[in-house]
Each structure stands twice: as C-alpha cells, then as structure tokens.
Design a protein around this ligand. Sequence first.
Ligand SMILES: Cc1cc2nc3c(=O)[nH]c(=O)nc-3n(C[C@H](O)[C@H](O)[C@H](O)COP(=O)(O)O)c2cc1C
Length: 341
Amino acid sequence: MHDDTDFTGKAVLVVGGSSGIGNGIAQAFRQRGADVHVWGTRKTAADYDGVSGSDLSGVGYSCVNVGDPDAIASAPEPFAEGRMDVLILCQGAVEYQRREFEQEGWDRVMAVNLDSLMHCSRRFRPALEASAGSITIVSSLSGYRANKGNPAYAASKAGAINTTVSEDGTRNAAPYSFFNAVGDEPPMVVLGLLKDPATGGMKNTASNIAATGEFVVNLVCEADAEKMNMTSIDAPADLDELEYANIETLPSTAVTPERIASSPVSFESRSLEMLEIGPRQTIVIGEILVTHIKDEFILDPDKVYLDTPAMKLIGRVHGSGWYARGTDLFKMDRPKPLPKD
Ligand SMILES: Cc1cc2nc3c(=O)[nH]c(=O)nc-3n(C[C@H](O)[C@H](O)[C@H](O)COP(=O)(O)O)c2cc1C
C-alpha cells in the first residue's frame, strides 16, 4: 500500500482501462486499495492475455463499445448496488491513412473520444452524486496542438479538454521576474519558477500551469507596483490574489485565466514544455497565443511601432525589494556588417 493516496474500499471504473495509460491508471488504483472495474473493447479479459501494456489481474472487466450510446446505457453495473466513487474516462480511438478525413472515420473517432465522455458521465452521474465522487477525463497533448493526418483525433481531444472546468476556479496572480521573451516565430516566453521553500512543492503559478497549460504574462507599470507587490504574498492556493490586491481584470480571448486590465501589455500563453531543471526549479516554455497592447502605446499599428517608454514599465533588480524604472536609457547602434570579400 502506498501511503500517499489510500483508495481502500472505493469503487473505480476505468473506461479504456484494458491497456496503455488507462491500464496503468487501473492498476495504480488497485494497488492503492480500490475495487477497480475496467471497460474495454475485447469480448473477455482473457482476450488481453499476453497483450503488451495490459494487465487485468485483480480488476473486474466488461466489454462495452463506448462508440455506441446504447451500449453505454445498457452495460451491466460495474459494482454491486450501483456504487461508484471515481470514474476515469480514458477511452481513445484513432484512424490512420487519412480515414479521419472521411465521414465514417471522423464519426467513429468523435463517438469514442468525445461523445462517449458525455454518455458515460450521464450514465454514472447519480452514483457519483450519491458518493460525492469525481470524474477524470484523460485527454492528449493533441488537444492543444493538432497532429497532421488526424483531424478527428485532435478535435475530439480538444473537445475533451473543454468538456470540464475545474470547480475550483480560484484565480491566481504573482510576480515572476525570471521571465523573458525568447523568440518571435512563434512568439515565445520562458518563466523560471522556483519551488515553494516551505513545502518544497510547486508554487501555485507552476501547479496551475501544469494543470491547465495556460497562463497570462502581464507587464507591470509603475502605477501598479504596490499591487504587484501585494500579489507576491505567500498564500494558500485558495486565495484569489487579484481580489486581495484589488486588481481589475478583463477576459482573455484564447485562454481561461483573465488578464490584468491596467497592464500595458499582456501575453495570453499556453505552456509547451515544463522542464524540471533542478530540485528547486522548473522552467516553463510558453507560446504566446494573443498579445494585448493598450491603444495609447501604439504609435504605428502597421509597422508595430510602440511607445515603450510611455508604458513606464518596471523591472526587478538586485536583492529583494529593489526595482528599476525604464529611464536613464542610453542608445547604441549595432556595428555595421563586416565587408564580405
Ligand atoms: C518582484 C518579484 C519577483 C519575483 N520573481 C520570482 C521568480 O522569478 N520566480 C519565482 O519562483 N518566484 C518569484 N517571486 C516570488 C513569488 O512571487 C512568490 O513566491 C509568490 O508567493 C508565488 O505565488 P504563487 O504561489 O501564487 O505562484 C518574485 C517575487 C517578487 C516580489
């Protein structure tokens, strides 16, 4: 028994749990004490004997074709007395050789990867409501970035991601000076996120990015310095620092986290990579999906000339508590290219 998470006596159904990731999830729950039942596509559990990535020992099994809503509705109860505490939806289908471009291929993938999430959730809602249980949907990175040749797979997995929203939608804000722009095609940013010194775990910003893949970088102007400083308070995850520091927000257009209304420039971003580069730190590489620049700072929209000094941006400098203004600037022209012989 692992002591981190104890599921003793809990009833867990893993749809798509006959092999691969779903099977790993099913066995992990079983090792943590849960009664586990798996839905798969082969007729019996014995039909998975010898299949790589499949271990159905110690778990119940039913053959249910989740591509068919009637099969979901009429499948036998996985647990006695209609019990259920956790529903894991890990089903997935993919079609190759451009079959997803055809109506039938598209429909098959959509039915399994997207429609069935709703049908399974509907079927087990009463049981989960009775146990105050939970549903986890396992999607794919393809839900964030389409892969060539599989439009139905990518679209259905994106749909899967947006089928749910965390009930705990607590907003989070904090200053991060380990930040830079690192490319323009596509435009990218990096963030340096240290671990929380008290717990050794991720700070809230890092865990939110890991959970949702989304964040907004708001550049800070001098007028917002005090408020920015307030958001650096070491606070539990359920504190909404935006409310705490009385910061107004505007909705974002491409990501769920809101942007800061007074910020001269905001970058709506999605995480491409989170790299653990040491025991104390994580680097996030993010792609900027949308940039907002306040109209008053745009000198020439066609040439994208900006009045950066007018933004009165501030930066963190040495030590704790020291900041710089973007004044006292000096200019240097770049050296002319060396003549080619
Ligand atoms: C100006 C300033 C810059 C900061 N830069 C960073 C940084 O680059 N990386 C980091 O891990 N923490 C940084 N911190 C500390 C975090 O803001 C602080 O730990 C905060 O409580 C984290 O909040 P969160 O848990 O909501 O992410 C900075 C703090 C201030 C005041």
